[in-house]
Design a binder for this molecule. Structure first.
Ligand SMILES: Nc1ncnc2c1ncn2[C@@H]1O[C@H](COP(=O)(O)OP(=O)(O)OP(=O)(O)O)[C@@H](O)[C@H]1O
Ligand SMILES: [Mg+2]
Length: 220
C-alpha cells in the first residue's frame, strides 16, 4: 500500500546550509496495516507524513502510495491523489466554525470538480464515526472528541485507502483520546490502512507496528 525507498528531505537553513531532516528513509506498509510513527520533537515525523500525503514534494527518493508514484506527479494529478487516495487528520481539528458538522465533512466535495454535493456520502461518513445524530451541530456545539471525529469523517469522505494522522489525540484528554483510538481500531478492522504520528502510549499500543524516526531514518 505504501512503499518509501531512499527518501531524503532537507531544508535550507541560511548560514547552516541545508539541514537534512529525512535521510534515506525506507518504509513498507501493507494494505490494512496500522502503523505508529514515534520520535522526538523535530525529527521529521510531520515532514514524512506530508511526503506520504503529497503535501510536500521537495523530497528525493521513491514514494508510492495506493498505487500512485508520487515522485513525478504533475500538479493536477497530485491534487487528485490528495483528494481521493489519502485522508488527513491533524492535531488541531481544522473545522470551519460557521459550518455544521455535515457541511464540514462535505468540504472535500467542494474542491472536487464535477462532483455533486455529496450530502448522502457525508452523512454516511458521520455515521461511520458515530455522529450520525449530530450532523447539524456547529463545531462550537460539539466536544473536543466529537470535533476530532468530524475531522475524521471529513478525512473519510472520499473513501481514501489510507488515513494519515499527525498527533490525532494531541489535543484530547485521556478518556476522549481513548474514544478516538477505539474509532481508529474499528476503521482499521474494516480494512483502512492507518499511519499515525504520535506521542501517546495508548495510540502506539493500538497500532500493529511501531516505527521510530531517529536521525532522519526509520527503525523498528
Ligand atoms: N518549512 C520548513 N523550513 C525549514 N525547516 C523546517 C520546515 N518545516 C520543518 N522544518 C524543520 O524540520 C525539522 C522537522 O520538522 P517536523 O515538523 O517534521 O518535526 P516533527 O517530528 O513533526 O516534530 P514535532 O514532534 O514537534 O511535531 C525541524 O527541525 C523543523 O524545524
Ligand atoms: Mg510534527
Amino acid at each position: 500500500m505504501i512503499s518509501v525507498e531512499g527518501v531524503s528531505r532537507g531544508y535550507d537553513d541560511g548560514a547552516r546550509g541545508t539541514v537534512r531532516v529525512l535521510d534515506g528513509v525506507k518504509l513498507e506498509v501493507a494494505k490494512g496495516e496500522f502503523v505508529a510513527i514515534v520520535g522526538r520533537s523535530g525529527t521529521g515525523k510531520s515532514t514524512l507524513l506530508h511526503v506520504l500525503g503529497g503535501l510536500d514534494t521537495g523530497f528525493t527518493g521513491e514514494v508510492t502510495v495506493a498505487g500512485t508514484k508520487l515522485s513525478k506527479l504533475k500538479d493536477g494529478a497530485l491534487s487528485r491523489f490528495r483528494n481521493e487516495s489519502v485522508g488527513f487528520v491533524f492535531q488541531s481539528f481544522h473545522l470551519v466554525q460557521g459550518l455544521s458538522a455535515l457541511e464540514n465533512v462535505m468540504l472535500p466535495a467542494a474542491f472536487a470538480a464535477g462532483e455533486g454535493g455529496g450530502e448522502a456520502q457525508a452523512r454516511e461518513a458521520l455515521t461511520r464515526v458515530g455522529l450520525g445524530d449530530k450532523a447539524l451541530r456547529l463545531p462550537s456545539q460539539l466536544s473536543g472528541g466529537e470535533r476530532q471525529r468530524v475531522a475524521i469523517a471529513r478525512a473519510l469522505f472520499n473513501r481514501p485507502q489510507v488515513l494519515l494522522c499527525d498527533e490525532p489525540t494531541g489535543n484530547l484528554d485521556a478518556q476522549t483520546a481513548d474514544e478516538v483510538i477505539a474509532l481508529f481500531k474499528s476503521l482499521n478492522a474494516q480494512g483502512l490502512t492507518i499511519i499515525a504520528v504520535t506521542h501517546e502510549d495508548r495510540l502506539r499500543e493500538a497500532a500493529g507496528r511501531v516505527v521510530s524516526l531517529t536521525d532522519g531514518r526509520l527503525s523498528t
